[in-house]
Design a protein around this ligand. Structure first.
Ligand code: FAD
Length: 428
């Protein structure tokens, strides 16, 4: 850092990444201006974990990184600088303690389960370090003059460096409307195509509606993409819970899978030949042969039982699910085991091992928790978060092409990249 003159740093965006970056830069000795579109910071942060804020996760670093389907290597240096234990220590200093939920996939929440407390700490941290808040002042442009210039409707601010932490495109009502991508592009920085992620999926299958609210545990959901000529190739499988809704599917498996759906909603033709399909393996621990063996055994032991009750009991499925399965195999809903033909049995095995759903579209940015794509990680130095072609410009948080699964991974990434960007901008 220049000892004679303090660096002046503009942080653009008052979400978790920007607030952390601003506080750290101030603590490291810089003068910090924080610009936020809204009248208050952290609107999206307040919504996290349904207001309870799943702030991070107990997973050790290697496993933690596996929850980011792409650009793990890029995240590694920022995690090395500021990981879960550092985040905990940081919040502990302000009297906010963490609660681990080991029986809830290692999710960590603030002890009082209030996102508002997390936001209060971040704001206090910024105030403690003399961050100058410019609220209701969206940044319109970043220009290269003698120094960098931050242009808003209220003025032009010369700064030593700028940290762009404007978020993605998801939940646009919270202020994240993609302006960071435009700023990056105006500086010649390339953007990976964006798409909604961690978003529910709309399916053509009307029976989903009947199962609204039912969540299936211990199943394996796979996404298939059209390979042309009526064939499909498997993209990814997720062994997580899936939740049926009145429009299709949600829950951890559907949300995680959604980032791989790249085509537009209009990817189905009129005969519903869609680009994407899901299959759910309702009994992943059994092979198709094992399922057939079990069915034959049960049919011979209990010929006078209803097929749907036998399916329900032997495969641990809710009654409503086994009723749907039977209906997908035969028009006779109340069919007995004794009347189940070889063909119906074959169909049932196929449904149990590979229940098909046709994906029409995702619920879009309005319901997406994060945005996949964004500022290309190739453009940034992972050791600083700085732009390779624009010295003095840094990025942090969701605006970068990083997206993790649910479980507290995205907030940790916002805090870690924010921390590294703030420190780098202040001390370099
Ligand atoms: C409903 C919901 C629940 C979620 N729950 C969780 C959870 O429990 N755990 C988890 O890890 N993640 C969760 N997430 C994801 C998490 O909220 C994001 O990953 C995180 O907020 C990203 O932080 P950020 O600072 O990069 O961006 P944001 O939080 O989007 O903040 C960006 C800020 O920049 C401001 N801004 C934008 N453009 C400009 C501009 N031109 N000038 C000035 N300011 C600007 C915006 O107004 C906004 O305040 C959830 C997301 C949603 C939508």
């Amino acid at each position: 850092m220049n000892k004679e003159k303090k660096p002046v740093i503009a942080v653009i965006g008052g979400g978790p990444a920007g607030l952390m970056a601003a506080g750290v830069a101030g603590e490291s000795g810089a003068s910090v201006l924080l610009f936020e579109t809204n009248a208050k910071c952290g609107r999206k942060l307040l919504l996290t974990g349904s207001g309870k804020c799943n702030i991070t996760n107990t997973a050790p670093m290697k496993e933690f990184l596996e929850h980011f389907p792409e650009n793990r290597k890029f995240l590694y240096p920022s995690f090395k600088h500021f990981f879960t234990e550092d985040l905990e220590r940081f919040f502990n200093q302000y009297g906010l303690f963490f609660q681990r939920e080991d029986n809830n996939n290692g999710k960590i929440f603030p002890q009082d389960h209030r996102a508002a407390t997390v936001l209060e700490v971040l704001l206090t941290y910024c105030q403690d370090n003399q961050v100058d808040f410019h609220l209701s002042e969206p940044v319109r442009q970043i220009k290269k003059g003698e120094a960098w210039e931050i242009v808003t409707d209220k003025g032009v601010y010369p700064v030593t460096s700028a940290i762009i932490a404007t978020g993605g495109l998801s939940y646009p009502g919270t202020g994240s409307a993609g302006s960071g991508y435009l700023m990056a592009e105006s500086l010649g920085i390339s953007i990976e195509p964006t798409r909604p992620a961690l978003v529910p999926l709309v399916c053509a299958d009307k029976w989903c509606r009947e199962l609204t609210g039912i969540s299936l545990e211990g199943v394996k959901t796979s996404l298939w993409e059209s390979a042309g000529g009526g064939s499909f190739r498997k993209i990814i499988s997720m062994s997580e819970d899936i939740l049926f809704t009145h429009f299709g599917v949600s829950g951890p498996a559907a949300l995680s899978i959604s980032r791989w759906i790249k085509s537009s909603p209009k990817s189905c033709d009129k005969d519903l030949q869609c680009d994407y399909r899901l299959t759910i393996d309702l009994c992943p621990e059994r092979s198709a042969e094992d399922v057939e063996k079990l069915l034959l055994e049960v049919f011979s032991q209990s010929p006078n039982k209803l097929l749907r009750s036998v399916i329900s009991r032997n495969f641990g499925l809710p009654n409503a699910v086994s009723s749907v399965l039977v209906r997908l195999c035969t028009p006779i809903e109340d069919i007995y085991c004794r009347d189940t033909t070889r063909e119906i049995r074959r169909k049932m095995i196929s449904m149990l091992k590979s229940l098909p759903l046709t994906v029409l579209e995702t619920k879009g940015y309005n319901e997406a928790m994060v945005t996949a794509g964004g500022v290309s990680t190739r453009e940034l130095d992972p050791r600083t978060m700085g732009s390779r072609r624009n010295p003095g410009i840094y990025f942090a948080g969701e605006v970068i092409d990083i997206d993790g699964f649910t479980g507290g991974f995205n907030l940790q990434a916002a805090f870690s990249t924010g921390y590294l960007a703030g420190r780098s901008a202040a001390v370099l």
